[in-house]
Design a protein around this ligand. Structure first.
Ligand SMILES: [Zn+2]
Ligand SMILES: [Zn+2]
Ligand SMILES: [Zn+2]
Length: 298
């Protein structure tokens, strides 16, 4: 798929998700406020932050889709990762606010009123969230997009939290209003968990953590005819833009022409076997050469 079309598709998915999230958030915030339910409002804030992160995602993609230029010879992909990190910061903030309100409600109890409309709002928004999650996850895998996958991951958490709000509304109806702030604290935990997960992957990408286990790359490279040995394997980058470099040992008498072909063969095989790989650099050494001489390509 050509990159421009891919970004257009990711953008479309994000715009749909953004609209649905803010619609869902507005309904939950208004009703949560009307019936004085901490958990429903917490869920509404969660959806609101989801919508905001879609907006940040759109911004990130707008920058990430810019073509390679002399100042950014590796492209602008890491801007997408950077916005993922911003999304997690936003989630930490929401998490903190929900915990603050939950604790204050435990100290100063407020009795919410669980009416039929509140139930209806929760059930309809839950159905919308489920649809969004399935759609985003499918598209994220199809388009290999960090942003869509991480976003769908926490839309999955939304489904759990929205379900817990429905259970809470039942509990309120049955005469247990204290379940409400407790549920809001549970929701805060899920928001925090999603934030940690997104931050962890962003940190791996931004710190050049290994994208593919060395053993897996080694197995693929050693299977290619002409490769005697393989070392100094490095991989880095987001799941859809992995860069690999490695050293291989070949017969001393192999001529430059054949060696060049071999490096192409390695590049193509790696790109075929690991679909997210966009760049492979092969450093070629003759087999008799003393090991350790070329510890680093420069
Ligand atoms: Zn969410
Ligand atoms: Zn070449
Ligand atoms: Zn070497």
């Amino acid at each position: 798929m050509d990159p421009i079309n891919r970004y257009q598709q990711i953008r479309r998915v994000l715009i749909y998700t953004f609209i649905l999230n803010w619609g869902v958030a507005t309904a939950k915030l208004i009703y949560g406020w009307l019936i004085r339910s901490a958990s429903m409002k917490a869920d509404g804030f969660h959806s609101f932050s989801d919508g905001s992160s879609n907006l940040i995602g759109l911004l990130g993609i707008w920058v990430a889709s810019r073509p390679i230029d002399p100042n950014h010879p590796y492209g602008h992909k890491k801007f997408e990762t950077l916005t993922s990190a911003a999304i997690s910061a936003l989630l930490f903030l929401v998490c903190f606010n929900v915990i603050r309100e939950g604790i204050s409600r435990l100290i100063h109890p407020v009795i919410p009123e669980a009416n039929l409309n509140a139930f209806l709002v929760m059930i309809v928004t839950l159905a919308i969230n489920t649809g969004v999650m399935v759609y985003e996850n499918k598209k994220g895998k199809e388009l290999k997009s960090d942003i869509l996958i991480s976003d769908s991951l926490h839309t999955r958490a939304d489904i759990l939290t929205s379900s817990s709000v429905i259970i809470t509304l039942f509990a309120i109806k049955l005469g247990y209003p204290m379940v409400d702030p407790i549920a809001s604290l549970v929701i805060a935990f899920f928001i925090g968990y999603a934030a940690v997960q997104i931050l962890r992957e962003s940190a791996r990408v931004l710190s050049d953590g290994a994208a593919i286990p060395i053993r897996e790359i080694e197995r693929v490279v050693l299977a290619i005819k002409g490769v005697k040995e393989c070392h100094q394997i490095r991989s880095r980058g987001p799941a859809d833009d992995i860069h690999i470099d490695l050293h291989i040992l070949v017969a001393r008498e192999m001529d430059v022409h054949r060696a060049h072909h071999l490096s192409y063969a390695i590049e193509n095989k790696i790109k075929r076997d690991f679909p997210g790989v966009t760049d492979v650099v092969v450093h070629i050494e003759p087999v008799e050469e003393e090991e350790g001489k070329h510890k680093r390509r420069n």
